[in-house]
Design a protein around this ligand. Sequence first.
Ligand code: UD2
Length: 313
Amino acid sequence: MARYLVTGAAGFIGRSIAAALLKRGEAVRGIDSFITGKRANLAGLEDMEFIEGDLADPAVCAKACVGVEIVFHEAALASVPRSVADPVSTNRNCVDATLNLLVAARTAGVRRVIYAGSSSVYGDTPTLPKHEDMAPNPISPYAVAKLAGEHYLRSFTRVYGLETVTLRYFNVFGPFQDPTSHYSGVLAIFCRRMLAGEQPTIYGDGEQSRDFTFIENVVAANLLAASAPAAKVSARMMNVATGSAITLNQVFAILCGLTAYSGEPAYAAPRSGDIKHSLADIGRARELLGYIPLVDFREGLRRTVEWYKTTQG
Ligand code: UD2
């Protein structure tokens, strides 16, 4: 019987957590609806028990939670612009799905749920770096949905005693991130386009900055969150990032070197709902989890470009 459940197991972050658990010899169950997850991402996860299903269906959540001790809840409809275009779908796949999962987790006697939070909940407040004591100020429907999930987690700790931990991820990137959608993360899109010799588009002036976080750091934070004492981490949320930011113009310049792209970027109007600067204070995760970033941005980007080179043929 699986001890761990990973939701969104065919997605970029979920499959990376599942792979790390399997490598440790753990019994893992994964679930994915393939709304954005990819079957190809399940390659290498053959030892994982897999359920195809949609968390917006309570019966699916109940089935997924049977016998499980710890849930890594990575399933979501990510993307700020997708939520601007279709807020109802974002709500269904982020808020409804999270609530259904929590209800099922409680009923099944799950001990702990670890939740993929988002840096977007901080919004565009001028204070940098963002720390967890700041009042959230979500702008996009996606940010609202991610914040609602956090609140549900804390509520389930307070009223039902379910252990919950929110990890607020800051712009995660790395191998297995889907580069093919208009709604994909910017680094995945840029890697794909620039390796193919195609011009990337920068929305705005390119001076927006992000605390881009390599996937291995996020996986490590999740494993730490699973084993940390409840007294320290339950009902808490904490940033998972590197603590340094870089602008898109700087990223483009580094990628020119890594991909041998020699053109200029195209510049287009800024995206609605976009945030100008994002940078994390990672002190709380360090204190509560012993989290330290293992891979810095440049090394992460180098490994990511290598991965896209091998997968794009
Ligand atoms: C938000 C969250 C992030 C995660 C993610 C999930 C913030 C600060 N971050 O990421 O933690 O939850 O949502 O989707 O809220 N861009 C271009 N060209 C492109 C694509 C994007 O210039 O082809 C720009 C985009 O306008 C933005 C930046 O790149 O300024 C990053 O965009 P993104 O979609 O990769 O991620 P972001 O910051 O919305």
